[in-house]
Design a protein around this ligand. Structure first.
Ligand code: B12
Length: 254
């Protein structure tokens, strides 16, 4: 810095912005939400911190209020859409790294509609230099297993908010292991925060409680990769099932 003084970055929590964020979300006040998020970012918070210290507490409170009948489903939808839009603008635009540290795929399984967390986590992964992609909510097991077997990522991250989806996660993980044994499988989400014992039942390699814990793992792995330790192949490409004529057309050099 020009002054020669080192800059002290207070933790986002000390700003106590999650209360104001809750009110701005429930009021549908987009410019206030924008202002709160940029205030946190100007204090040095990356997407992982914004999500852990601002978004998660505010949306947990929305969930509690909904359970008590204090906010309607419409107001909850408004809050969710608003925070997704504002965070998407401020973090989702990060360009993919030219030489990504690895590829991580995020998904919610069939019947699981809580995909907001993984949308943010894919942004966090990109900020860490990974090729992060979210397949979103309600992905059928067969489709996910085929997708992973054709283009195995270094890591697959499954998000579960509802504990009732753990048996489906266990079946999915067993099938993923058969087709992509090198892929590390993570689980996370509200279901595992409420009952960490479910991680073992799902059969995952590991679980992380929030975006900051995942960010730290991704950064550590990226560092190893820079030191020459390979971290899975970054494989993209067209689905194997598309017609040959179309494949030739789209892969022709322009
Ligand atoms: C928004 C919301 C919805 C939205 C989801 C919209 C969307 N596109 O995501 C909608 C309206 C669809 C919804 C529906 C339902 N919901 Co809801 N929902 C919520 C709410 C309010 C916020 C969730 C959220 O987005 N949080 C913010 C994100 C950032 O946090 P997160 O998802 O936990 O993700 C973070 C971490 O968990 C972690 N993480 C998440 N996944 C993963 C994966 C990996 C691999 C890793 C490493 C980390 C990780 O990182 C993320 C970022 O830090 C919660 C309240 C709460 N306490 O969470 C209830 C909540 C989860 N819902 C609940 C319920 C009951 C339901 C419904 C059954 C309601 C109903 N009767 O219809 C349905 C079920 C739908 C379904 N089949 O999936 C309950 C679950 C209770 C329980 N123990 O089962 C909660 C807790 C509300 C409550 N207090 O009762 N919901």
């Amino acid at each position: 810095m020009a002054s020669g003084k080192s800059r002290v970055v207070p933790p986002v929590t000390s700003l106590d912005l999650s209360g104001p964020l809750l009110l701005a979300l429930l009021g549908g006040d987009e410019s206030a939400v924008e202002g709160i998020v940029s205030r946190a970012r100007s204090r040095g918070a990356d997407t992982a911190l914004v999500v852990r210290d601002l978004v998660m507490p505010a949306l947990s409170e929305v969930g509690r209020m909904w359970a008590r009948g204090e906010v309607s489903i419409a107001e909850e939808h408004l809050a969710t859409a608003l925070v997704a839009r504002v965070l998407g603008r401020s973090s989702g635009s990060a360009a993919p790294a030219a030489a990504p540290a690895g590829r991580i795929v995020f998904a919610c399984l069939a019947g699981e509609f809580h995909d907001l967390g993984i949308r943010f986590l894919a942004d966090v992964a990109r900020e860490c230099g990974w090729d992060g992609e979210s397949l979103g909510a309600n992905v059928p097991r067969e489709a996910l297993v085929r997708f992973v077997s054709q283009r195995p990522p270094a890591a697959l991250a499954l998000s579960l908010s509802l504990a009732g989806h753990v048996p489906e996660a266990a079946r999915t993980i067993a099938e993923i292991r058969a087709v992509a044994p090198e892929t590390t499988v993570f689980v996370g989400g509200h279901a595992f925060r409420e009952d960490p014992a479910l991680v073992r039942l799902a059969g995952a390699d590991a679980a992380f409680v929030d975006a900051v814990a995942l960010r730290d793992w991704l950064l550590a792995k990226a560092k190893e990769t820079r030191k020459g330790v390979p971290n899975g192949v970054v494989r993209r490409g067209l689905p194997e099932t598309i017609p040959a004529a179309l494949r030739r057309k789209v892969s022709r050099p322009r």
